[in-house]
Design a protein around this ligand. Structure first.
Ligand code: PGA
Length: 301
């Protein structure tokens, strides 16, 4: 019979997920020695080492890997129990854990601000990451819901669109094509494009678009944020294809120009996405309803 405590198991689950004592400690608001102590006691209870350290990195041992399957399921069940308990208390004390694609960062905080004004006692946490990381989080059931572009096929997900997401071509204001009308896509063959990182939804949509139209494009520097691309375009390093939602300020202050290219905007949508079997808390349901009925109007898109 295994004599282990929930505490040990949840500390183990966090260390196994991060493969880092310090990150687990941070997440659990514990000190690193406290985390090491819990793991040491758990290893004594189990009678085998669960982690091994090679150089600076830690790895799960075979026993650790086996135990991590169970600890993950137990952690999910516990968090579900917590959700159900909070539900019984209604919208008064819930938590909302949202992850958004980096591009949605340009409007999600505004929506969360309004939502939290309505429900001031709800604790909201927002994680901003790219599409690929979002998919991993959905697969691991790490948040209530995600806001992302094109939801993936395969995973058992519910995805509902709540707003359009037009992608446009941006150029420096003095670009030779800045004033041109109805520029044919093929004319852009000779231009260099700054591109988002692999795994970005914007990048995938852009590549697909050029491919569908049989036009090759020249990829210049690769950058992992919309901000970096905007700066690089302003500096004259090339053109960019970004969501219209990222460039509100630059258009207002006339630092960037949207080129009038035939076939643009590439019309995508924003979706609110969660696992099909996810038990949405009252708070999460309220937030989803809020997105679907009010987001578009609030943001004026
Ligand atoms: P991203 O945007 O490029 O920041 O991943 C998400 C998306 O448009 O799908």
């Amino acid at each position: 019979m295994l004599h282990l405590t929930f505490r040990q198991l949840s500390v183990f689950e966090a260390v196994a997920r991060h493969l880092s004592y310090s990150r687990a400690a941070q997440e659990m608001h514990l000190t690193q020695p406290a985390v090491s102590m819990q793991i040491k006691q758990l290893e004594e209870n189990v009678g085998m080492p669960l982690f091994e350290q090679l150089g600076k990195k830690i790895y799960l041992t075979e026993a650790g890997r086996e135990l991590s399957h169970y600890s993950r399921v137990i952690a999910q069940q516990l968090s579900e129990a917590e959700t159900v308990m909070n539900d019984l208390k209604g919208l008064q004390r819930g938590r909302l854990k949202i992850s958004v694609a980096s591009t949605a960062n340009y409007f999600a905080p505004q929506l969360l601000a309004i939502f939290s004004q309505r429900f001031p006692t709800v604790t909201v946490s927002l994680d901003v990451t790219n599409r690929q990381a979002l998919l991993a989080q959905l697969a691991n059931n790490e948040m209530d819901m995600a806001i992302m572009g094109q939801p993936p096929e395969g995973l058992d997900l519910v995805a509902e669109s709540f707003m359009e997401n037009p992608l446009i071509v941006i150029a420096p204001v003095k670009h030779p094509l800045a004033a041109a009308k109805k520029i044919p896509l093929a004319r852009l063959k000779s231009e260099t494009f700054l591109v988002r990182e692999q795994g970005s939804g914007t990048r995938i949509a852009m590549e697909r678009f050029f491919k569908q139209h049989g036009v090759p494009f020249q990829a210049g520097m690769e950058m992992s944020s919309n901000e970096a691309i905007k700066q690089a375009v302003q500096a004259g390093l090339g053109l960019g294809i970004l969501s219209l939602h990222t460039i509100g300020l630059e258009l207002e202050t006339k630092r960037l120009k949207v080129l009038d290219v035939k076939g643009f905007p590439i019309m995508r949508h924003w979706y609110v996405v969660h696992r099909k079997d996810k038990r949405l808390s009252t708070v999460a349901q309220a937030f989803k309803g809020f997105l679907l009925t009010e987001a578009k109007q609030i943001l004026g898109h």
